[in-house]
Design a binder for this molecule. Structure first.
Ligand code: BV8
Length: 231
């Protein structure tokens, strides 16, 4: 069994971190173009740093929930058989104990120097005047992938999808590419595809089965059922 799991903001919702497109979600409070694109950062770096500083504080105050912990339990029970790809920039999967995590949209808790490419643990608050610890230039940014930028580790993700026998999408509306295309690749390669979500997503028709409900309920139940199949 080779399982690829894709998670989105919905898996962290019950940890108190906002989703993007639910009622009251982040994209209803902020203009995506202003705070999650390179152009927006160039126009107003103070606003973008303030947006990520607030999310970084929320993330530090949040704790992993039963869904994050269930995925860590699955990986521990099936070493080498689980690849966890997350669209989320929070660190809750790692803090729950997951090891093989691919953060395709980057990490809120990591900083990047736009000039020399150096990466380091992000301070609690970042500002446009911060200097890169390596090259000393004032070119720091959150190490997250903005719209129009290329997601990280796409080759590793493609390789995992090629060998997947099972694919699960958890807590994602399936509206952001290229992540939204992963189920099609997995299905084409013969994987059994399930969606675990609070409601049917835009991609529901691509899945063999749905488990509808809050992640803290449907994810542990799904993990138990997988392990009962003998992994
Ligand atoms: C790319 C990091 C090329 C930052 C994010 C025009 C110009 C340029 C690009 C494009 C364009 N038009 C389209 C594109 C492509 C674009 C895109 O997809 N746009 C969308 C808006 C149409 N994509 C890109 O630009 C990507 N790059 O295309 O480069 C390329 C690609 C491949 C190879 C070579 C070159 C880069 C996209 C990355 C953007 N960065 N995040 C940050 O976090 O601030 S995306 C952002 O959306 C987050 O990562 C988020 O995770 C992600 C997806 O959202 P979801 O996770 O699905 O969250 P959402 O709120 O939508 O849904 C939550 C779901 O959970 C809901 O279904 C809800 O029902 C459910 N839920 C809620 N509560 C619960 C629950 N489920 C269970 N339990 C609960 N309790």
């Amino acid at each position: 069994m080779q399982i690829v799991i894709l998670t989105g903001a919905g898996i962290s919702a019950e940890s108190g971190l906002g989703t993007f497109r639910d009622a009251g979600g982040l994209w209803s409070q902020y203009d995506l173009e202003e705070v999650a694109t390179p152009e927006g950062f160039a126009r107003n770096p103070d606003l973008v740093h303030a947006f990520y500083n607030a999310r970084r504080a929320n993330c530090a105050a949040a704790t992993p929930n039963a869904a994050h912990r269930a995925l860590a339990r699955l990986e521990a029970a099936l070493p080498g058989q689980v690849t966890l790809v997350t669209q989320n920039v929070d660190d809750l999967h790692a803090r729950a104990g997951s090891r093989a995590v691919i953060q395709m949209h980057g990490a809120l808790m990591r900083a990047l120097c736009a000039e020399c490419g150096h990466r380091w643990p992000a301070p609690a608050t970042m500002s446009p005047t911060d200097r890169c610890p390596a090259c000393r230039r004032a070119a720091t940014r959150p190490d997250v992938v903005w719209f129009g930028e290329i997601p990280y580790r796409m080759d590793d993700i493609a390789a995992a999808l090629d060998r997947a026998t099972h694919f699960a999408a958890i807590g994602t509306s399936g509206q952001v590419w290229p992540a939204a295309g992963f189920v099609k690749s997995a299905r084409r390669n013969g994987a059994h595809c399930v969606e675990l979500n609070l409601e049917r997503s835009d991609l529901a028709a691509m899945f063999h089965a749905q488990h509808i409900g809050p992640a803290t309920e449907v994810v542990p139940a799904w993990v138990d059922s997988l392990l009962a199949q003998g992994g």
